[in-house]
Design a binder for this molecule. Sequence first.
Ligand code: T3D
Length: 259
Amino acid sequence: MSIRYDVESGVATVTLDRPDALNALVASMKADLLAALTRAAEDDAVRAVLVTGAGKAFSAGQDLREHAGNLAAGKGLAGTVRHHYNPIVRTITEMAKPVIAAVNGVAAGAGASLAFACDLRIASENAKFAMAFAAIGLAPDSGASWTLPRLVGPSVAAELLLLGDPVSAERARELGLVSRVVPADELAKSARELAVRLAEGPTRAYAATKRALAFGAAHTLSQSLDLEADLQDACAATADHQAATAAFVAKERPVFHGR
Ligand code: T3D
């Protein structure tokens, strides 16, 4: 198995575990990754998800040896964009709980796209991002044409995608591509603290926030105002909101149960 799945304290950690090939993604690994993400999405005991890589890389994207074999066999992309990458990205972006990428090293091609699809990115100082698609004559996939301009703006996104030059962790932070950069030996601890904090938060309000942000990216202010009103009605009816409001009035610390 090249995907590890662990749950602790409400956090599901999904680890890409093929370090000898920089966690490059082969078909079975993509199927296992989708299964792990789906399991995390469907498990009510999981309230935040952490995606990271084993070894020195986050992920070098599509395994190019497998890809070369498919091309040689006349299979083209072998359906992997539609059957693997797109469902993985939809599962991350549509799951009703926050997903964090702990980017421990290089994230290239679809590996970078995977990180961009997550709600938050925290990076090791050793991390770098490489939009490696054009260097092998491909266009962006796994959502990068949608996520990247929203993270860094259309001009920087075009430059990163057309030139493909690697972006250091520090530059990624300056560009808004990652929220935080931490020393390499602190990444696991910092990412876990962030994930546990989110797992202890108002899960249903986080789900509504994800939905509102995704909706707002493709709708007018007026349409977004309507959706916000609907989502706020739903949040106001949650046990977490009612208990947190009572806790505020009582000058107590709120405790959220994700309900
Ligand atoms: O089906 C489809 O293709 C469609 C979907 C496409 C989506 C995509 O992801 S396209 C982009 C694919 N990824 C790349 O083009 C990145 C290729 N890799 C690199 O450019 C570099 O390896 C890195 C910048 C990621 C890291 O460089 P570096 O110097 O730290 O490591 P390295 O020495 O190049 O690689 C270490 C090993 O990992 C090496 O194996 P070896 O020679 O020691 O046995 C290398 O071949 C292997 N490796 C790295 N990337 C891949 C890979 N093996 C297979 N596929 C890879 N993508």
